[in-house]
Write a protein that binds this ligand. Structure first.
Ligand code: 5GP
Ligand code: ZN
Length: 121
């Protein structure tokens, strides 16, 4: 998609701090982090918003959700139980449309974690 910043990142026309790449997905650090760890999971395929996903995208969405805890763990903000107490953890979110606060119209999952307080959210 022309003039889409995340398509350009996927095509390596714009640099990013890449965390993960496979045939369907990219993950990279957010340029303006709202938490000590803040990265984005982005499909290589251009889909504008979560509201544009169809049943054809079910497996892709599932893959995004399963990647989030794996990468959070790698980046030190995984969730675990320690001595019976929940520890660590992260937040996932999709902003959808102007009222959802979406600024980049290429589907992405935010993953935010690390010790609180955070800058935002
Ligand atoms: P949205 O508000 O659309 O859900 O979030 C877009 C996110 O993309 C924002 O958190 C913003 O900081 C991030 N972002 C925008 N442009 C770039 C960029 O060129 N590189 C990276 N790594 N993140 C970006
Ligand atoms: Zn795009």
């Amino acid at each position: 998609m022309d003039n889409c910043i995340f398509c350009k990142i996927a095509a390596k026309q714009i640099p990013s701090k890449l965390i993960h790449e496979d045939e369907d997905l990219l993950a990279f650090h957010d340029i303006n982090p709202a938490a000590p760890v803040h990265f984005l999971i982005v499909p290589k395929k251009h889909i504008a918003t979560l509201a544009d996903c169809t049943t054809d995208d079910q497996a892709l969405l599932g893959k995004m959700f399963l990647l989030a805890p794996k990468l959070a763990q790698q980046l030190g903000c995984g969730f675990s139980m320690e001595n019976g107490q929940p520890t660590g953890g992260f937040k996932t979110l999709f902003n959808v449309g102007p009222n959802g606060g979406q600024e980049v119209y290429h589907l992405h999952m935010h993953v935010l974690g690390g010790p609180r307080p955070w800058n935002r959210s």
